[in-house]
Write a protein that binds this ligand. Structure first.
Ligand code: GLA
Length: 676
């Protein structure tokens, strides 16, 4: 089976998903364009981005009437309806595999005993709206009847049933691949929906294939800009980055759609989910909850129900945020709001805490002596003289709503000053069993002093943090910084990784009691190998990237899940120890100058039956110190040796040998390192 198909099968719910999902998976990156914004579809709907629920991300094909109705109930009881969530949407797999004698779609009678009509009636009785899914091809992605050539009949059914929203997918599309064909297929359903006379929000889902942001404005109320999201940081980040440059195309009635929310599904941290929700709201994206709300934690509900952040998404001006800067993965996004406010997101896409800074004027506000600033995750009002800055945790986002209205600025003078806090000045890394010096800082960004400032720093359990200077200031004047040196001790036995140092700063403004704000930072712990000779597969690496699936220990690369490889075998020889990779791959180990030599056998694993072409490199502090040359399966095992005296970091690199990474199962067999 081809690798891509096999990989996709793992996440597909039906074999018939292939054709469509292959199409979807091929598109993950949107192309930046300067095309003029598409005019809006004039159906009066989606004047702000649609908000609601869709079952696909959490349930796949397992949708039924009970789930939809319980979700509607939950919208009401949880307050999510009051927060703006309106559409309860059914995705693929709601129908039977054949049309009826009149050529109409038939809801699955087991999943929907009351039909779509009965389900819609129930949802409407709660003051909510019902969405459904179909496909602009001969079959849906899961293989149910598609609407191509049946647009009028199907639109009529949807209207008769009381459907309020149609997601229209792109699987099995029979397309000639031209943009005109896409325009034709999606226009046919737009017109069929319009002919019913029922207002039905039209959501295009062609995965960004034909740059729909350039043409879909007059056709749909939203259009997917990328392939499918999954519940991982990397998927969410890739999609966010692809959607960010498309701001010009969005506006009331016509929105970029970077796919549904994964908040609450468990594959990201709450910090990452807050970033996901912040970015989607800044980008005026549809906010379609994709988790099982009946099991949602309070943390999930607090994210999905954050009315301050929702208000950005639902702002009537309808302007998608633009990227003001993105230096080294530190993003500043700004979004103009009705009434003149600006939303500013300080988004840290990197793996370490980072300071991110801008100003109110850079964010597009007029020059004033005082700005009112609301922190939309802290739900706190502050005052700034113009600077907007914070040290943001890894993968975190600070979202501020900034007002330059003179009255707001004057009133804000009574609010506590905005402060910029964080951990700074530490070493690049710390080894377990040692100590290092870091600094905390607090800078008053307001017009008036912060008073009775007190800094607390916390570290992971078992660590110690000791202040080596003052942690308090009775008065911190505007523009001034309280810097406190701290000694951080990392206990022996700590695993390598990046650890958060977090804390709080308490202070007072001109009136009122103590306010407490978070303080973020982090340190990287690196562990050199023990003395003597060690197998690299028994040690922790600092980082590892791999072409397919994860790097495997003591087995070959199986391309998808961890642990799915086979015994490492090169040229008929089986090796008990080693690292199984797939080009392109880089594994980095910290040596701390303590090691002298590395020896290994390398080669293409026998399991791909003669296929695969790779090259193995050992790179020491940026210099290649051993190179296998290009190897194929026929090359058999090859010995490599590298001298490493004084080297801080060594990298085991595999390239694709110059011919793409098909079948490039590259084994580091019996890799051993000798250290003092
Ligand atoms: C495609 C869409 C998804 C989902 C599935 C259903 O992959 O992009 O959002 O609707 O089809 O089969």
């Amino acid at each position: 089976m081809p690798r891509l198909a096999r990989r996709l099968l793992a996440c597909a719910t039906a074999t018939t998903l292939w054709a469509g999902v292959l199409g979807a998976a091929a598109v993950t990156t949107a192309v930046v364009t300067t095309a003029p914004p598409a005019a809006a579809l004039d159906n009066g709907l989606a004047l702000t981005p649609p908000m609601g629920f869709n079952d696909w991300n959490a349930f796949g094909c397992n949708v039924d009437e009970q789930l939809i109705e319980q979700t509607a109930d939950y919208f009401v009881s949880s307050g999510l309806k009051a927060a703006g969530y309106t559409y309860v949407n059914i995705d693929d797999c709601w129908m039977t595999h054949s049309r009826d004698a009149e050529g109409r779609l038939v809801p699955d009678p087991v999943k929907f005993p009351d039909g779509i009509k009965g389900t819609a009636d129930y949802v409407h009785s709660k003051g909510l709206k019902l969405g459904i899914y179909e496909d602009a091809g001969t079959a849906t992605c899961a293989g149910y009847p598609g609407s191509l050539g049946h647009e009028s009949t199907d639109a009529r059914s949807f209207a008769d049933w009381g459907v309020d929203y149609l997601k229209y997918d792109n699987c099995n599309n029979q397309s000639d691949g031209s943009r005109q064909d896409y325009v034709n297929r999606y226009t046919a359903m737009r017109d069929a929906l319009a002919a019913t006379g029922r207002p039905i929000l039209f959501s295009l889902c062609e995965w960004g294939v034909q740059n729909p942001w350039e043409w879909a404005g007059p056709i749909g109320n939203s259009w997917r800009t990328t392939g499918d999201i999954n519940d991982s940081w990397s998927s969410m980040l890739d999609i966010a980055k692809a959607n960010m440059p498309l701001a010009d195309a969005a506006g009331p009635g016509h929105w970029n759609d970077p796919d549904m929310l994964e908040v609450g599904n468990g594959g990201m941290t709450d910090t990452e989910y807050r970033t996901h929700f912040s970015l989607w709201s800044m980008m005026d994206s549809p906010l379609l909850i994709g988790t099982d709300l009946r099991k949602a934690t309070p943390a999930t509900l607090a994210i999905l129900g954050n009315k301050d952040v929702i208000a950005l998404d639902q702002d009537p001006l309808g302007k998608q945020a633009t990227v003001l800067s993105s230096d080294d993965g530190r993003y500043v996004l700004t979004k103009p709001l009705a009434g003149g406010d600006r939303a500013v997101a300080l988004f840290n896409s990197t793996d370490r805490a980072q300071r991110i800074a801008t100003t109110a004027t850079a964010a597009g506000l007029p020059k004033r002596g005082s700005y009112a600033v609301r922190d939309l995750w802290q739900h706190a009002d502050r005052q700034s003289a113009g600077s907007l800055a914070a040290t943001v945790p890894a993968h975190g986002t600070v979202v501020l709503r900034v007002s330059a209205a003179p009255a707001a600025g004057a009133k804000a003078l009574l609010d506590p000053p905005l402060v910029d806090t964080g951990v700074t000045g530490g070493p690049d890394h710390i080894e377990p069993g040692t100590s290092a010096d870091v600094d905390t800082y607090v800078t008053d960004l307001g017009s008036l002093p912060a008073t009775r400032v007190a800094v607390h720093l916390d570290a992971p359990a078992g660590w110690t943090v000791t202040p080596r200077g003052g942690t308090t200031a009775i008065v911190l004047p505007r523009g001034k910084t309280l810097t406190t040196p701290w000694k951080v001790t990392v206990p022996a036995g700590t695993r390598p990784g990046t650890y958060a140092l977090s804390g709080t700063v308490g202070y007072r403004g001109p009136v009122g009691g103590v306010v407490t704000v978070p303080l973020a930072g982090g340190v990287t712990v690196l562990v050199p190998p023990p003395s003597g000779t060690s197998q690299l597969s028994d040690l922790d690496w600092t980082s590892a990237t791999n072409g397919w699936g994860p790097v495997e220990r003591d087995q070959s690369n199986g391309e998808t899940a961890a642990g799915d490889g086979h015994p490492i075998t090169i040229g008929g020889t089986v090796f008990a120890k080693g690292l199984g990779t797939n080009a392109p791959s880089t594994i980095t180990y910290y040596l701390g100058g303590k090691c002298s030599a590395l020896t290994t056998t390398v080669g293409v694993d026998d399991e791909k039956d003669g296929r695969g072409t790779v090259e193995f490199l050992v790179v020491a502090d940026g210099t290649t110190v051993a190179d296998s040359g290009v190897l194929t399966d026929a090359s058999g095992p090859k010995q490599l040796q590298a001298a490493l005296a004084g080297v801080q970091n060594v990298q085991l690199v595999v390239t694709d040998g110059g011919d793409g990474n098909d079948s490039d199962h590259a084994d580091w067999a019996n890799p051993q390192i000798t250290c003092a």
